[in-house]
Design a protein around this ligand. Structure first.
Ligand SMILES: [Zn+2]
Length: 277
């Protein structure tokens, strides 16, 4: 049902919307957690009262508890129709399934989830309370996101945008595209971004225009192939703005040396490297 792409805030927002449509207000007729910590937990007979996304986290409220999942790199929830008590055939191998929630009409299956835990509703803040304002949430607050970003002015903007404690919902595609659109190299510091409020507004607009699409575009062009992005995934191709050849590298986070450095893409003319100016 979902196009394979790196889950960013818009992807998770769509999954929450689709899951809400089939689960919210519905009584579970089946419940199967395939992770050791929750293997014996069973919400069968209970009603799912709400399904929400917070940044890249998904929350399902049922029986005074919250099923918290995070899609990480490859996770997703599929929805299958149920007829005569049987769900349609899964499109993914059963060994990848981590949770199966079934109602009379639909079955939601979480595959390859990065995180799956069940928490008492009262402490759900422990799981998502650290998140900054959610770009697609009802609590979106641009000033608060700016305040959080500016609290570490010497940090690379490419790292600060990915840090969900600053603002929630940006993944690797958006951070690269936002840097291009703001004409700033991902390794430049937050303080070096010429118009940070504009960049934050742009982040909000990009996620908003993409949240109802199944294929992402940050260019306003068709969401297919090279036309869908300015720099992301386009190493060696000419910049759509100036024709220079787009570069590719990685950006490590000095605060988390054990984490793999994520890919960055930039146009060397539109986004000069810091120090090279
Ligand atoms: Zn360029």
């Amino acid at each position: 049902m979902w196009v394979v792409s790196v889950p960013e805030g818009d992807t998770v927002w769509r999954q929450a919307r689709d899951l809400r449509a089939v689960l919210e207000g519905q009584v579970l007729t089946g419940c199967d957690f395939r992770v050791p910590a929750h293997a014996t937990l069973d919400f069968t007979g209970q009603t799912v009262t709400a399904v929400e996304s917070r940044g890249k986290h998904l929350l399902m409220f049922v029986g005074g508890q919250v099923i918290h999942s995070h899609l990480a790199m490859e996770g997703h929830w599929d929805i299958y129709p149920v007829a005569n008590g049987r769900a349609a055939k899964w499109r993914k191998p059963a060994f990848a399934a981590r949770a199966v929630l079934t109602t009379e009409q639909a079955s939601a299956v979480g595959f390859s989830l990065g995180t799956l835990e069940v928490l008492p509703e009262a402490i759900v803040g422990n799981a998502v309370g650290h998140l900054g304002p959610d770009l697609l949430g009802p609590d979106w607050d641009a000033d608060e996101a700016l305040r959080r970003l500016l609290a570490a002015p010497g940090r690379a903007i490419g790292l600060a945008l990915l840090d969900q404690r600053n603002l929630a919902g940006i993944g690797n595609i958006y951070r690269n595209e936002l840097c291009f659109l703001s004409r700033v190299h991902p390794a430049a510091t937050v303080a070096e971004v010429p118009e940070l409020p504009r960049m934050v507004d742009l982040a909000k607009r990009l996620l908003e225009v993409n949240k109802d699409r199944t294929q992402r575009s940050t260019t306003g062009g068709p969401a297919r192939g090279d036309a869908a992005s300015w720099v992301y995934g386009l190493a060696g191709k000419p910049c759509k703005r100036c024709g220079a050849i787009i570069k590719h590298g990685t950006l490590a986070d000095p605060a988390h040396p054990a984490r793999a450095a994520r890919d960055i893409y930039w146009c060397p003319r539109c986004q000069p490297e810091p120090g090279g100016r």
